[in-house]
Design a protein around this ligand. Sequence first.
Ligand code: G6P
Ligand code: MG
Length: 220
Amino acid sequence: SIKACLFDLDGVLVDTAKYHYLAWKRLAAELGFEFTERDNERLKGVSRMASLDILLSVGGLELDDAVKLELAERKNNWYFDMISKMDASEILPGALEFLKDCRENGLKVALGSASKNAMTILNNTGLTPYFDAIIDGTRTASAKPDPEVFTLGASELGISPEHCVVFEDAEAGIEAARRAGMRSVGIGSPSTLGAADLVVASLADMTVARLRDIAAGQQA
Ligand code: G6P
Ligand code: MG
C-alpha cells in the first residue's frame, strides 16, 4: 500500500525551469555565446555546478574551479531575484489540489529536490505547510540519479521505500526513485519518462484514488 508521496519541486510543483533558463542564458551571453531553450532541457534535474559544466561545454569553454564558482554564484543571484518575486499563482495546475488530497487521505508528504533554493520557492508560493519533511540541495551530497534525496526523505517520514511514490519530471529522478526501491509517477511525456510506473501530463491528472488503483494493480 502507499503511505507517502515524495515530490520533486522544479517541473512538478512549480515551473522554475523558465527562470533557470533566463539566468543561464544571460550568463552565456556575457561569456559570448548563445544558449538555447533546447540546450536548457539538458539542465532539468541537474545540480547547479553540473549545469554550469553543461553550459560551458555548449560554449566550448574550459575554466578553472574558482572561476566556475564565481560564475555559478553570479547566475544564482539573477535566479534568486526572479524566484523572490514568485507567488502562489505560479504553482502548477493540480499540484495544490493533489497535495491536499494526499494529506486528507493520511498520506505523508515530502519534498525531494536538488535545489538549494527550494525553501525560498516553497515559502513564496505558500507550499511549505503541506510538507512533513523537506529534503533539498542543502541537505544532500549526491545528486539524482543517486537515490539519496528520496531515501533520506522516506527515513525522515518514517516510511519504508516500498510504501513510497516519487513524482518526477526528470529521467534522472525516475532512476533515483527506482534505485531507492520506490514506485514513481513521471510528470511529462512517456517518451522521456517511460521508466516510470505511470506517466501523466501534470498533477491535474492525479488523485489519491488513482494512485491506489495503480498500486493495487501492480500487486495483483
Ligand atoms: C533542480 C532543477 C535544476 C537545478 C537544480 C539546482 O533540480 O531542475 O535545473 O539546476 O535544481 O538548483 P539550485 O536552485 O540549487 O541552483
Ligand atoms: Mg524537476
